[in-house]
Design a protein. Structure first.
Length: 409
């Protein structure tokens, strides 16, 4: 594609410029990784084999003042399997130049606006900063939401304010998205985390303007309060709500925007510095008016135990059990994991799980999953991993193999 050639030429030109301009003062760091995922099952039509290469590059202090930096993060995937996906094999997550001073921040290129991580754009982000606060603006073209490729069909424009201090982090943003010149989405995004002694409050929300109903809806929201009296205990209570986002122009169909609400309580307790128990109880409610009651509610419970250095063998063990009953089905899962770090460079992990699934009164299926993984930390720069997993159901079986090699520089 023409834009990939343009991007590669652009990166090459930038690197040549930086090499001449920055000389020895330039600071660089990055990551190169290659992943290979292979999955083969009973039905060969669904076999997967994907090779993915990723490059992340961060160059800082590109000028004498140390105010200029360059960032790149991209992936390219080669699909060898029989199951072909509809997405693009190339992804550019970041490609931008940053200019930052104590009272000013400016970024150009493909970026996430500071303090607004749910937006991606090919454009500009300007922030006027003070000691603990600031106001930001962003605007430009928006990558295709399905493939992340460069396009002129989508645009975005927004502004936000933020405040950051030792125990408080908060921001509030407004964004306007367009598709072929018409309004596609308008929303408000906010996030706050606040710590007071042994209490921590975290909350985030997204509110969309519903053009058809001419009102503002709470699209997604999370609020959680955690109490940690000491390093051995903690308890959390929370609520979250999620619903599908209806795009006004680019979607030619109407999505089901019914809410799914969840209330949960979780906690951890550490015993004698060696054992740790945890649990979580959650109730979900779907606001679907035309569904029977049993298909609107779901209850789930999870308990677990972690222990270190069992029988003085340097082996760590994790046991857990989860039970879910709702939406017309039941699922029970029993899991065990054993891990050991050898010679400070090789970690070996063995895992197994047994899952019981019951859909209504028929079509029940019990599934067994087991596998092994190895993580080799060669040095501070290189590491590699190898994982194998086998899943066996009543009428199928699947083998999965994944390898990864990573180099940091």
């Amino acid at each position: 594609m023409w834009y990939l050639i343009a991007i590669r030429l652009f990166i090459g030109a930038l690197l040549m410029f930086f090499a001449v301009e920055a000389q020895a003062k330039m600071e660089s760091q990055g990551l190169i990784s290659v992943d290979d995922y292979f999955s083969k099952g009973t039905d060969t039509a669904y076999n997967r084999h994907m090779l993915t290469a990723r490059l992340r590059l961060d160059l800082a202090k590109l000028n004498q003042e140390g105010t200029l930096s360059f960032h790149f993060d991209g992936r390219e995937r080669v699909n060898f399997g029989s199951l072909k996906g509809s997405g693009k094999n190339e992804r550019i997550d970041a490609l931008n130049i940053e200019y930052e001073k104590p009272k000013l921040y400016l970024a150009l290129g493909r970026l996430w606006p500071k303090e607004v991580p749910i937006e991606t754009l090919d454009g500009v982000n300007l922030v006027l900063k003070k000691a603990n606060s600031g106001v930001g603006f962003f605007g430009g073209l928006k990558p295709d939401p399905y493939s992340e490729v460069f396009t002129t069909d989508y645009t975005t424009l927004g502004t936000y304010v933020y405040y950051i201090k030792d125990n408080l982090n908060a921001n509030l943003a407004f964004a306007h998205n367009s598709y072929k010149g018409a309004t596609d989405r308008q929303y408000v995004y906010g996030q706050v985390s606040y710590t007071l002694s042994k209490l921590m409050l975290y909350s985030t929300l997204t509110m969309d303007y519903n053009k058809l109903a001419n009102k503002v809806n709470l699209t997604n929201g999370v609020i959680e309060l955690t109490y940690t009296p000491d390093f051995t205990r903690s308890i959390s209570i929370g609520y979250n709500q999620f619903r599908a986002i209806q795009l006004q122009k680019s979607q030619a169909f109407t999505v089901d925007d019914s809410r799914t609400r969840a209330y949960y309580l979780s906690g951890t307790y550490r015993i004698r510095e060696k054992y740790s128990v945890y649990g979580r109880a959650e109730r979900q409610v779907r606001d679907v008016t035309d569904a029977d009651r049993e298909y609107r509610n779901s209850n789930s419970y999870r308990i677990g135990l972690n222990t270190d250095d069992i029988f003085k063998t340097n082996i760590n063990m994790s046991l857990s059990m989860s039970m879910t009953d709702g939406y017309g089905s039941k699922h029970n899962s029993y899991n065990i994991e054993l891990s050991r770090l050898n010679w400070d460079v090789l970690q070996v992990v063995l895992n197994a799980a047994y899952m019981q699934n019951l859909y209504g009164s028929v079509n029940s299926d019990n599934v067994i999953v087991y596998g092994a993984s190895g993580y080799w930390y060669v040095n501070k720069t290189w590491n590699a991993s190898l994982s194998y997993e086998r899943e066996e159901g009543r009428e199928y079986s699947t083998n999965r193999l994944m390898t990864r090699v990573t180099s940091k520089f």
